[in-house]
Design a protein around this ligand. Structure first.
Ligand SMILES: Cc1cc2nc3c(=O)[nH]c(=O)nc-3n(C[C@H](O)[C@H](O)[C@H](O)COP(=O)(O)O)c2cc1C
Length: 185
């Protein structure tokens, strides 16, 4: 089979791209994701960053992961916490996501949250919460690939997750185009 030029534009070698950064950002943005808050206590105060690179990795052992930019100022501080709280942000928490991603020292003031005895911090109103410890951090170019061991979790089935796609916050749309296909397949 050959490429149909109408359906599939010719591949552009990265070396030939005029603006490699923009091209990559646009291409990576074709893949929709959720948004998580990664948060922990530091000296009695909550500390947080937001990540759209979260991914479920393994069932046994239970592992999840996200990618962190090496330039992050928050990440080295989060690594000192014994536990990290991952909150899968819910539909309607786009404002909270923006705030929690900022460097504003008072960003938690208007955001309902709670901390566990081990120091993981969770955002109220999220779709799911994962209490994690760092398993491994792999070098992945300008990011670190952070593998997290899942210690405990809770789920809020009534809350739809917030979606991040093409550099915008979205909400889930049409449901199950063909339910039977997935369930039997
Ligand atoms: C929707 C969204 C998704 C983001 N995803 C990531 C991510 O996957 N990895 C990352 O390192 N930073 C990500 N960021 C940026 C961080 O959340 C945060 O803005 C940054 O870490 C704050 O800077 P600092 O860590 O230097 O304090 C994201 C920000 C937003 C708003």
């Amino acid at each position: 089979m050959t490429r149909d030029p109408k359906a599939n534009p010719a591949p552009l070698p990265l070396t030939a791209a005029e603006d490699r950064q923009t091209l990559l950002r646009t291409a990576y943005g074709r893949f929709p994701s959720g948004v998580v808050a990664v948060a922990a206590m530091e000296d009695g105060r909550p500390l947080c960053m937001v990540a759209s690179s979260f991914v479920a990795v393994s069932m046994d052992p239970a592992l999840v992961a996200f990618c962190v930019q090496w330039t992050s100022k928050t990440w080295p501080r989060l690594t000192r916490a014994p536990r990290l709280g991952i909150s899968v942000l819910g539909d309607g928490q786009d404002g909270a996501a923006r705030r929690l991603a900022s460097r504003d020292e008072s960003k938690f003031d208007a955001i309902a949250h709670y901390a566990t005895a081990e120091g993981a911090v969770f955002i109220e109103g999220a779709a799911a919460w994962f209490d994690c410890s760092i398993d491994n951090v792999l070098d992945a170019g300008d990011h670190g690939f952070v593998l997290l061991a899942l210690e405990s979790l809770s789920i809020s089935p009534a809350v739809e997750p917030l979606v991040f796609h093409g550099s915008e916050f979205r909400r889930l749309g049409v449901r199950d185009l063909d339910r039977t296909a997935l369930k039997s397949g």
